[in-house]
Ligand binder design. Structure first.
Ligand SMILES: [Zn+2]
Length: 157
């Protein structure tokens, strides 16, 4: 996958945010995402021991906040000059479920490439494929109505 000029610009955007905004242990990674209409949104991770979100998820939320539609490409950059870093497993799954055709920029500084998220999750679990369709019509109660001795059931009237 060849890096386009817009991909290089996306890396530059994430790098700039990492340099400017990742100045504490609370924020150590910046992400930039480009929508199909060419807009760029960014975000930083929110570290917390309870499971604060990664920068990629925050950038997706920022894009949604601004009314972006489909997202095309995303990249994350670490603080302290760490450069492009690959998404964690959870982010890969979120990206795949939300934007199945999104590309993710990965690789070493001299070999960056934009790869389909599906390449990062072979043989993946696809949430929408696993949803069982519930047939229409009356549904059986999950639990039988308890029978209380001495109390007439409404159905017996
Ligand atoms: Zn992540």
């Amino acid at each position: 996958m060849i890096m386009r000029d817009t991909d290089r610009a996306l890396v530059q955007a994430a790098t700039a945010v990492a340099k400017l905004r990742c100045r504490s242990d609370n924020h150590t990674v910046a992400a930039a995402v480009r929508s199909t209409d060419g807009r760029v949104f960014s975000g930083v991770n929110v570290y917390h021991f309870t499971g604060g979100p990664c920068a990629e998820v925050v950038a997706i939320g920022a894009a949604a906040t601004q009314g972006a539609g489909e997202l095309e490409t995303i990249v994350a950059v670490g603080d302290r000059g760490r450069g492009v870093i690959p998404p964690c497993g959870r982010c890969r799954q979120v990206l795949l479920d939300y934007f199945p055709s999104i590309k993710v920029i990965v690789g070493p500084p001299d070999g960056l490439r934009a790869v389909p998220v599906t390449d990062l999750l072979p043989e993946t679990y696809v949430w929408s494929d696993q949803q069982v369709e519930v047939p229409a019509g009356p549904r059986a109660p999950l639990w039988p109505t308890p029978v209380v001795p001495g109390v007439r059931q409404a159905a017996e009237d």
